[in-house]
Design a protein around this ligand. Structure first.
Ligand SMILES: Nc1nc(=O)c2c([nH]1)NC[C@@H]1CN(c3ccc(C(=O)N[C@@H](CCC(=O)O)C(=O)O)cc3)CN21
Ligand SMILES: CC(C)C(=O)C(=O)O
Ligand SMILES: [Mg+2]
Length: 310
C-alpha cells in the first residue's frame, strides 16, 4: 500500500535524480485514475478552462471554478501531492490578494501547494508573500498561457539568447523567493537543461525536453481525449499514450444502436420486480380504476419478466 506523497518524498526523488511525474486532473474520476497510477503529483490546472469547460484560453477560469475542481480532485486522490493553479485575475493585483487566493485553494480546496505563472517583479513579491504565509509554491515560466495577451499566442519561449537568459534569471529569482519547484513550459531543451542545472529545486517540464527534473502533461492530451485544443492545434510536445477518445466514441455508438433497436435494456438489466402477491392486486387496482390498457401493459410486461418473450 503506497503512502501519501510528501514534500520530503519529492525532495528525496529529486536528490536521487529520479524523474518526478505530474499529471493534471480536474474531477473525481480523473483524480482516482491519476492517484491509482502512482503519479507523484497531481495538478488541478487552470487548463480545466480549456479541456473541460471548452474555452479557447485559460483566461475565463474563476476561483469558484478552481475550488470546485480542487475539491472534486481532493475526494478522488489519496496519495498524490496535490497542486492547485491560481487562475488569471486571482493574484496579480497585490500580495494580499495572492495570499488570500492561495489560502483559499489550500483551506477550502484541500491542496498541498499552489502554482502561479510568471517571473516578473510583482510575481516574485507574490511568491514571497504566499511562502511567508506558510504555503508551498510552484513557479511556472516559459509559455505562461495566462499572458497570452502579451505573448501573442501559445508560442514557445526562450528561443533567443536574451529570452533564454531572462528565463534563467526569473527561475533563480523564483527559487530565492521560496518556490519548491518550477514548471518550464514550451522552451528548448537546452534552456530546460541550463535552468535545471542552475537550480537547487526541481524543474517540471512540459514541452521543455528530457533534462528537467520531472515532467507534466495535461490528462486529456496524454490520454487522447477530445477538447477544443485537439480539434485545432494540439500541442506538438504531447505524446498520446492512449486513444481514450476512440473508446468513448465506440461505447456511445453501441449504446445508441442498442437503445434504438430495443436490444437494451434486456432481461439482465431489468432487475426490479413487484413484490410477490402484489402484482394481481396491482392489476385489479388498475382495472377497477378503468385503466384497462395500463392493466394489459402491466400483465404483458409480467409475461416478459417470466419468459423473456415480448
Ligand atoms: N489541452 C491543453 N494542453 C496543454 O498543454 C495546455 C493547455 N491545454 N492549455 C494551456 C496551455 C496551452 N498550451 C499549448 C497549446 C498549444 C501549443 C502549440 O501547439 N503551439 C504551437 C504554436 C502555435 C502558435 O504559434 O500559435 C507550437 O508550435 O508549439 C503549445 C502549448 C499548453 N497548455
Ligand atoms: C500545463 C500545466 C503546467 C498547467 O499549468 C495547467 O494544466 O493548467
Ligand atoms: Mg495552468
Amino acid at each position: 500500500m503506497a503512502q501519501k506523497v510528501t514534500m520530503r518524498y519529492l525532495q528525496l526523488k529529486f536528490a536521487r535524480k529520479e524523474p518526478i511525474t505530474m499529471v493534471t486532473a480536474y474531477d473525481y474520476p480523473s483524480a482516482v485514475h491519476v492517484d491509482q497510477a502512482g503519479i507523484d503529483m497531481c495538478l488541478v490546472g487552470d487548463s480545466a478552462g480549456m479541456v473541460v469547460h471548452g474555452y479557447n484560453t485559460t483566461l475565463p477560469v474563476t476561483m469558484t471554478e478552481m475550488l470546485s475542481h480542487c475539491k472534486a480532485v481532493k475526494r478522488g486522490a489519496s496519495k498524490c501531492f496535490l497542486v492547485g493553479d491560481l487562475p488569471f485575475g486571482s493574484y496579480e493585483q497585490a500580495p494580499h490578494q495572492a495570499v488570500e487566493s492561495a489560502v483559499s485553494l489550500v483551506k477550502e480546496g484541500g491542496m498541498d501547494a499552489i502554482k502561479l505563472e510568471g517571473g516578473n517583479a510583482s510575481r516574485i513579491t507574490a511568491v514571497k508573500a504566499i511562502h511567508d504565509a506558510g504555503i508551498a509554491v510552484i513557479g511556472h515560466i516559459g509559455l505562461t498561457p495566462q499572458s497570452i495577451g502579451i505573448l501573442g499566442g501559445f508560442r514557445p519561449q526562450g528561443l533567443t539568447s536574451e529570452g533564454a537568459m531572462k528565463l534563467l534569471e526569473q527561475a533563480l529569482l523564483l527559487e530565492a523567493a521560496g518556490c519548491f519547484a518550477i514548471v518550464l513550459e514550451c522552451v528548448p531543451s537546452a534552456v530546460g537543461a541550463a535552468i535545471t542545472s542552475s537550480l537547487q529545486i526541481p524543474t517540471i517540464g512540459i514541452g521543455a525536453g528530457p533534462f528537467c527534473s520531472g515532467q507534466v502533461l495535461v490528462y486529456h492530451d496524454l490520454l487522447g481525449m477530445m477538447h477544443p485544443q485537439h480539434t485545432k492545434v494540439a500541442p506538438k510536445f504531447c505524446k498520446q499514450f492512449a486513444k481514450v477518445g476512440d473508446v468513448i466514441q465506440e461505447g456511445l455508438a453501441k449504446y445508441r444502436a442498442e437503445v434504438s433497436s430495443g436490444a437494451f435494456p434486456c432481461h439482465a438489466y431489468t432487475p426490479y420486480r413487484i413484490n410477490p402477491g402484489q402484482t394481481d392486486l396491482f392489476l385489479k387496482g388498475l382495472e377497477s380504476k378503468g385503466s384497462l390498457d395500463a392493466a394489459q401493459a402491466a400483465a404483458s410486461a409480467r409475461g416478459w419478466e417470466e419468459t423473456g418473450e415480448r
